[in-house]
Design a protein around this ligand. Structure first.
Ligand code: SAH
Length: 344
């Protein structure tokens, strides 16, 4: 298969264009077109026809096509379903905040981590997304939205650290001056806790925010809902987090999806406070999004407030994630799943 231009950095493109006997500035032109969302060479009107044909022969612009767009009547949240070149589909969620537009993108088609509450993992992992495919979700969404997207969270389908190289390259591409130019401080990467990869990420010394999907205060409890807990302990994860903080100077976010009767008791809150007391982190409480494939339920409003209150009383910074787009298929992986069901 020909190389996808969307997965190439400007420097790589310049090198490739030099090999084709083209001047450097041509690469910048093509890079700019692509990152503004051009989907074919014919759109690149400042290139000669001969050059467009030469590019077409040597390179590919793999399609990432919007199949479906749902817009929440409640808060303007957009949910996008994209079709990839091989017919696979992935979803992204665009959230409108006062501080700007934030997009949640997928990093894999499906996921192999097996977390009990998550819809993305139900059919396993189909394949990794390329860096260009991760990037294109933002470019296409931005084009339809007609507004700048300023924040990115890698919290869609997939485990970003299970697709490490492509995700790191994506971070480079999304940051590019002639591209989307989204700074590392505006990017959050969420992981279920693949310890060696957290260390590897720390060693790259980036200034992205790391979010850890913790969801339980003990390994025993965590193993019930997250298979990855059989591989790495919470102690190992927190050590890796300390290493990440020391290397990057960035505080860490701990995600905690509250599931009724599973991890939402006052005792859970107190034990979680103890666990995190020296971590100087931020806890993001997520009332579980109920999906029809399992029976997990979200706690009552009172239980959620009590949980948050206990953390705060112990000096742990905590917020409950505001529910967005509740009138559309907003939970991780749900839009893709309902699409796949209609295709059966
Ligand atoms: N694989 C990565 C990122 C994807 S999910 C990770 O595990 O962090 C982003 C966050 O949403 C994770 O904290 C994940 O555990 C959580 N999540 C997934 N499905 C959920 C659901 N149905 N309800 C609440 N949180 C969910």
């Amino acid at each position: 298969m020909k190389q996808d231009l969307k997965s190439m950095t400007l420097a790589e493109m310049q090198e490739a264009f030099a090999a084709l006997g083209e001047p450097k500035f041509r690469a910048k032109q093509v890079f700019t077109w692509l990152h503004r969302g051009a989907t074919c060479f014919d759109e690149m009107t400042n290139l000669s026809k001969a050059l467009r044909e030469k590019l077409e022969e040597n390179y590919e612009i793999l399609p990432v096509v919007m199949l479906e767009r749902q817009i929440s009547q409640i808060d303007g949240t957009n949910k996008f379903l994209f079709r990839l070149y091989d017919g696979n589909v992935v979803e992204s969620v665009l959230m409108k905040y006062k501080h700007g537009n934030s997009i949640c993108v997928s990093t894999q088609v499906g996921c192999r981590m097996g977390c009990k509450f998550c819809a993305s993992t139900i059919g396993g992992r189909i394949r990794d997304l390329s860096s260009g495919e991760i990037l294109a979700q933002i470019m296409v969404a931005q084009r339809y939205l007609g507004e700048r997207i300023s924040n990115v969270v890698l919290m869609g389908s997939g485990e970003p650290l299970d697709n490490f190289d492509n995700v790191i390259k994506f971070l480079k591409l999304v940051n590019a001056e002639y591209g989307l130019n989204i700074g590392q401080r505006h990017i959050t990467l969420s992981t279920c806790g693949i310890v060696p990869k957290i260390i590897e990420l720390a060693d790259l010394n980036l200034s992205i925010t790391l979010a850890i999907s913790l969801h339980a205060f003990s390994d025993e409890k965590r193993r019930v809902i997250m298979p990855i807990a059989n591989k790495y302990t919470i102690a190992e994860i927190l050590d890796a987090c300390k290493y990440y903080m020391n290397k990057t100077g960035r505080r860490i976010t701990y995600e905690y999806s509250l599931v009724s009767g599973v991890n939402d008791s006052k005792e859970d809150a107190r034990s979680l406070s103890k666990l995190l007391k020296d971590m100087n982190g931020h806890v993001n409480l997520i009332p579980v999004n109920e999906i029809k494939e399992n029976t997990l339920k979200r706690p009552s409003k009172k239980t959620i407030e009590d949980f948050e209150g206990i953390l705060k009383a112990h000096g742990i910074e905590a917020t409950v994630r505001r529910e967005m787009g509740s009138d559309i298929n907003a939970a991780c992986g749900q839009l893709r799943r309902s699409y796949l069901e209609t295709q059966k």
